[in-house]
Design a protein around this ligand. Structure first.
Ligand code: IVH
Length: 664
């Protein structure tokens, strides 16, 4: 039975991958549903095999094969928008004319650059989260939205029985940068901006993956039928009192001049926010006045968005370069006639991949629009077709690596082309060595990225194993290398042989094997031999190792060059055995989970419960924080703790729930 359950879980994740990532399903939807149904049934009959990561689980692991649709109770309208202060003045004049007096006030808010969401609370509990969709109908993405730490799924205080709140989901720039850095390390294509990630993330099929991409939310609109609240300002206060996150930057403004001040302030200050805004929203505060003003077919007459201009420029595309990354991925880069944009001269812009060039139909010699939005790197947004010389030819994408001339490959379903010559293509070789010495891998002190470039250029290193053959006399000959630095470098390399196995494994730079995956692999396969001999199925059986990673590892060890390299590193004394003392795990169903225990238990002692958490891979923590995954409560749990757990929307389990969860 256990085998069948595991087999079904594995099959379902393979088919999900083929369906959603490769877009190449190998079974029909019906067959998929049959497998899912069988697994659901078996899991129900055999609770002892409960697994938090099972594809059948709803919260924190839900696979929403197709999102359910929901018709908005009130359409999600857009706002009239403008880039001009004159038009905003016209908006104010219309309001004055329609109301017949100047006794009105505005609330000015930031216009968050994310995606709008509608949340339905029933008896204080989040019942449904729906995307805007086409404004009339949206996708139900409740499980995914529940992963947002800042969102209270249970209201506090005195709330209305049923209510709907709307707001914006977004990602902070630092989280976006971290995500892209991580993707770069793992050889994945990069996201263009935080808004795209936020919107893509909400549509992910597995809410476990959503949870790994930290999203945030601001609520800015309340819909309630009781009409107990009379102004927008009061609605914001009410939402705040219910535990919902609202922006602290909303401001009452008594005149359009005060609105202009707000706009001017945020036009400058926006760069200091940790997230992107693309303008300011101006709303009439009083609900009666809103009603008087009414709606047009598309938007309310009582609100307006003022959008900040993203400055753009038109310049000539001189040529397209192709850059080769550490993992061999090719990025086309536009060389532009230098042009001034927001105070800096822009000469280059990323074109992302072949699809983007095709989408823009961009041709060398074209005049292109360059824009600097929230992002630092300028982007090409389009071609000025009127200025196109009719003799220009469509771009032909390169077929061979610009660095080593190997024929490029492009896997089905992937946007990027790759150079497969990973062991000899110069930027890949240098990139791999740079990755190896990186802080989170071998962290070799005294050795930086530039020195690696120099050592490679001098023919002193061609791979990571060559580092361990370097002599003081080799290094001292490098440009600008002082005696002390040379010695530091040699010492740094020497001491790096003690770096633990899991970091060496990460340093090898196996595609898709990031820091966390390397840790998981080192824990499961205690020596590199065991990992080398692991089959595709062995690898898949490890928690969080999916098809893509498993394939990449198998592929890596098929290459004799890699085997030879590891052999040389072994001889140099590097660690290829996991010597860390570890608990013998019963299961890893609580892997990565932080658990808090509180109160007195009837069947087991607190220490025994703690031990059970640990032998199932979980961590015991003392206090409840937003990082806590769940709390196990016994008798006499302190009320303050319980309230905190509820406020932070952390699941609370009793002793029996927990025992059932771990199959006891
Ligand atoms: S109010 C009926 N307030 O901008 C009024 N919208 O085109 C509902 N947005 O779809 C919207 N920040 O996604 C409002 N402070 C804010 C906003 C905001 C961003 C977005 C929202 C909406 C779009 C308007």
């Amino acid at each position: 039975m256990k085998e069948r359950i595991e087999y079904l879980r594995q099959q379902l994740s393979i088919h999900n991958y083929k369906y959603y990532v490769l877009a190449e399903p190998s079974i029909s939807d019906y067959e998929f549903d049959q497998l899912l149904e069988e697994l659901t049934k078996l899991e129900k009959e055999n609770p002892q095999y409960f697994d938090l990561n099972s594809p059948t689980l709803k919260v924190g692991g839900a696979i929403n094969k197709n999102f359910e649709n929901f018709t908005h109770l009130y359409p999600m309208l857009s706002l009239g928008n403008t880039y001009s202060e004159d038009e905003l003045k016209d908006f104010d004049d219309r309001i004055f004319k329609q109301l017949g007096h100047r006794d009105y006030e505005y609330i000015c808010e930031l216009k968050f650059d994310g995606l709008s969401i509608s949340l339905h609370y029933e008896n204080g509990i989040l019942a449904r989260a729906v995307t805007r969709g086409d404004g009339t109908k949206g996708d139900v993405v409740t499980d995914n939205v529940k992963t947002i730490k800042a969102l209270n799924t249970k209201l506090i205080g005195e709330y209305l029985e049923t209510l709907e709140v709307r707001g914006e989901i977004f990602m902070h720039r630092h989280a976006f940068d971290r995500l892209n850095q991580q993707r770069e390390l793992e050889g994945e294509s990069l996201f263009a901006n935080p808004r795209n990630v936020a919107s893509g993330t909400l549509k992910l099929q597995n809410s476990m993956d959503v949870a790994k991409r930290p999203l945030d939310i601001y609520l800015y609109h309340l819909i309630e039928n009781k009409e107990t609240i009379k102004t927008h300002f009061d609605s914001l206060t009410a939402m705040k009192n219910w535990g919902l996150k609202i922006s602290e930057h909303s401001k009452k403004c008594n005149s359009i001049e005060a609105v202009f001040e707000f706009i001017k302030y945020w036009g400058k200050e926006k760069q200091h926010l940790s997230y992107d805004i693309d303008g300011v929203v101006i709303k009439i505060n009083n609900y009666n006045q809103r009603e008087e003003l009414g709606f047009t077919a598309k938007s309310p007459r009582w609100a307006m968005a003022y959008k900040f201009k993203t400055e753009d420029a038109c310049t000539k595309l001189l040529s397209i370069d192709y850059q080769v990354g550490r993992t061999g991925s090719i990025t086309p880069v536009a060389n532009l006639q230098p042009v001034l944009l927001l105070g800096t001269t822009v000469k280059r812009a990323s074109l992302h991949n072949a699809n983007e060039i095709e989408r823009l139909d961009i041709r060398t010699g074209d005049f292109v629009y360059v824009e600097k939005g929230g992002e630092i790197i300028p982007k090409i947004t389009g071609v000025n077709m009127e200025k196109r010389d009719q003799n220009l030819l469509p771009n032909t994408y390169i077929t061979h690596c610009p660095e080593c001339h190997t024929a490029l490959v492009r896997a089905d379903g992937e946007a990027n082309h790759y150079c497969p010559n990973e062991d000899e293509c110069p930027p890949q070789v240098v990139g791999k060595i740079q990755h190896f010495i990186f802080r989170k891998a071998m962290d070799i002190s005294g050795l930086g990225e530039e020195t690696i470039q120099l050592l490679y250029a001098q023919g002193l290193i061609k791979n990571i194993a060559d580092l361990y053959d370097l002599k003081f006399d080799d290094v001292i000959r490098l440009e600008r290398m002082a005696e002390k630095s040379a010695q530091n470098l040699i010492d740094g390399i020497k001491t790096s042989v003690d770096i633990p196995y899991q970091r060496v494994l990460f340093g090898l730079g196996i595609r898709y094997v990031g820091e966390t995956v390397a840790k998981k692999l080192a824990a499961k396969f205690k020596t590199i031999e065991l990992l080398k001999n692991a089959t595709y199925e062995d690898l898949l059986s490890v928690d969080e190792i999916g098809v893509r990673i498993a394939l990449s590892i198998v592929q890596y060890f098929k290459n004799q060059n890699h085997i030879d390299l590891i052999q040389r590193l072994k001889i140099a004394g590097l660690q290829f055995v996991n010597t860390a003392k570890e608990l013998v795990l019963d299961s890893s169903m609580l892997a990565g989970k932080s658990v808090v225990i509180s109160g007195i238990f009837s069947k087991y002692s607190r220490d025994e419960i703690k031990q059970m958490v640990e032998i199932n891979g979980g961590k015991n923590a003392s206090g409840i924080t937003s990082k806590t995954d769940f709390v196990i409560v016994g008798e006499n749990m302190g009320p303050a703790k319980l309230e905190k757990a509820i406020q932070l929307k952390i699941s609370v389990l009793n002793e029996d729930d927990f025992l059932q969860m771990i199959g006891k």
